[in-house]
Ligand binder design. Structure first.
Ligand code: ADP
Length: 349
C-alpha cells in the first residue's frame, strides 16, 4: 500500500494536518502521528476508539449525513467542521476534508485529512458577538434620540416651554456625543486594521496634558476624587491627540469600573526609557485570566459585570495600538476586588 512507501510515509508523518484512513467496513486502518497533537491520542489508541463517541452530539446529525454522501459517491470530496473532544476533556473545532478513495485499488479507503481550527472559530464567534454588541450599543442612543426628539416636537407644538426644550435638547446633544464616540471607535479600528492610523507628532509636556485631562474629567465626575502626582517633567514627541485619547480611555475606564465612590491616582515619572504614566483605581479589578486579553480586539472580559457596563470593548485595543505605533508599551496589573493599575511607557523622541 502507498502509505507504506517510506517517502510518502515520512511526508504524511510530518504533515501538520492529521490523516486517517478508514476502510469500507468503517475501521480506522491508519492514523498519522499528528493526531496526538490535535486530539491527544497516539495513532494506535486512535485506531482502537469509536470516533463517533468523541463527536459533539449537536454536530452528529449533519456529520452522519456528510459521511453517508461520502461513502455513497466514489471519488467525492466532502468538507466538514465539527466539535471533537480532546483526550484532555476539552472541545476542539476540527475541520476535515475527506475523499472517497475506496475504488483506488492501492488504497481502498476513505481518506480523512483534518486540522484543529479552534482558534479561528473562536475569532469568528467573537466577531459575531462583537457585531451584535456593536449594533446594540448603537441602537440604544438612537432609540433615546428618537424618544427625546418626539418629546421636543410635542413640546414645541403644544406649549413652548423654554426650560423643557433646553432640557431635552441637552439630552439629545449627549446622545449624539455618545453615538459619535462609538462611531469614532469603529472608524479607528478600521484605520488600525488597514494600517492607516497616522501619527501627527509634536513636542509637548506630558505632565501638562495629563493635568488638563484630569481636570476636565474631574469636572464631569464630581463624586470621585482624581489625584495626580506628575513628575515626568519632560517634553515628549508624540501625537498629542492620540495620546489624549489613550489617557481619556484609561481614566474613563478607571471611573467606570470603580462603582463605589473611590479615588483615582494618575502618576507620571521619568525613567530611562522615557516616561512612565500610571492610572490606578480601587475598583472591581480584573481576573488574572482576562488580564492578558483585555487589549485584544473582540475580547470582552466576559462576566456578569460586563452586562452592567456599556461599551464596545474597543477602547483598550485602540489605546494599545496607538501606544504600539509610538514604539511604547502598555500593560495592566490588577487584583480582583482590589483595583487595577494601567501603565504606559513612551520614549521622549
Ligand atoms: P469597554 O470598557 O468599552 O468594555 P475597553 O477596551 O476599554 O472596553 O476595556 C476592555 C475590558 O477590560 C472591559 O470590558 C473591562 O472588563 C476591562 N477593564 C478595563 N479597564 C478596567 C478597569 N480599570 N478595571 C476593571 N476592568 C477594566
Amino acid at each position: 500500500m502507498p502509505y507504506q512507501d517510506p517517502y510518502f510515509r515520512l511526508l504524511i508523518e510530518h504533515s501538520s494536518d492529521a490523516i486517517a484512513l478508514v476502510s469500507r467496513e468503517g475501521k480506522i486502518v491508519y492514523a498519522s502521528p499528528a493526531i496526538k497533537r490535535i486530539l491527544g491520542y497516539s495513532s494506535t489508541e486512535f485506531q482502537k476508539i469509536n470516533v463517533i463517541n468523541l463527536i459533539n452530539q449537536d454536530d452528529l446529525v449533519l456529520l452522519t449525513d456528510q459521511i453517508k454522501t461520502l461513502v455513497e459517491n466514489r471519488g467525492k470530496t466532502v468538507r466538514f467542521q465539527c466539535r471533537v473532544i480532546h483526550k484532555d476533556g476539552t472541545w476542539r473545532w476540527i475541520e476535515s476534508v475527506s475523499t472517497n478513495l475506496l475504488d483506488q485499488v492501492d488504497l481502498q479507503a476513505l481518506v480523512f485529512n483534518f486540522r484543529d481550527i479552534t482558534d479561528q472559530k473562536e475569532i469568528e464567534l467573537r466577531k459575531d458577538e462583537f457585531i451584535s454588541i456593536a449594533s446594540h450599543e448603537l441602537k440604544t442612543p438612537l432609540a433615546s434620540l428618537k424618544g427625546f426628539a418626539q418629546i421636543l416636537v410635542r413640546a414645541v407644538q403644544e406649549a413652548p416651554d423654554p426650560e423643557k426644550i433646553l432640557h431635552y435638547s441637552l439630552k439629545i446633544n449627549d446622545q449624539i456625543d455618545r453615538l459619535a464616540e462609538l462611531v469614532g471607535d469603529l472608524l479607528d479600528v478600521s484605520k488600525i486594521r488597514s494600517g492607516k492610523l497616522e501619527l501627527n507628532r509634536e513636542r509637548f509636556s506630558i505632565d501638562t496634558l495629563i493635568l488638563e485631562i484630569a481636570e476636565d474629567m474631574q469636572d464631569i465626575t464630581p463624586g470621585l476624587k482624581i489625584e495626580t502626582s506628575l513628575q515626568a517633567n519632560r517634553q515628549i514627541y508624540a501625537d498629542k491627540y492620540r495620546i489624549s485619547q489613550v489617557l481619556v480611555n484609561l481614566i474613563s475606564n478607571a471611573i467606570k469600573y470603580s462603582p463605589k465612590e473611590q479615588k483615582i491616582v494618575i502618576s507620571s515619572k521619568a525613567i530611562s526609557a522615557g516616561i512612565q504614566i500610571s492610572v490606578q483605581d480601587f475598583g472591581i479589578g480584573i481576573f488574572k485570566k482576562d488580564l492578558d486579553h483585555i487589549f485584544e480586539q473582540f475580547y470582552q472580559a466576559r462576566n456578569k459585570i460586563r452586562k452592567s457596563f456599556s461599551g464596545l470593548g474597543l477602547g483598550l485595543y485602540i489605546s494599545s495600538e496607538i501606544i504600539k505605533r509610538h514604539g511604547g508599551k502598555i500593560w495592566a496589573e490588577s487584583e480582583k476586588g482590589v483595583g487595577s493599575t494601567f501603565f504606559v511607557v513612551l520614549s521622549i523622541k
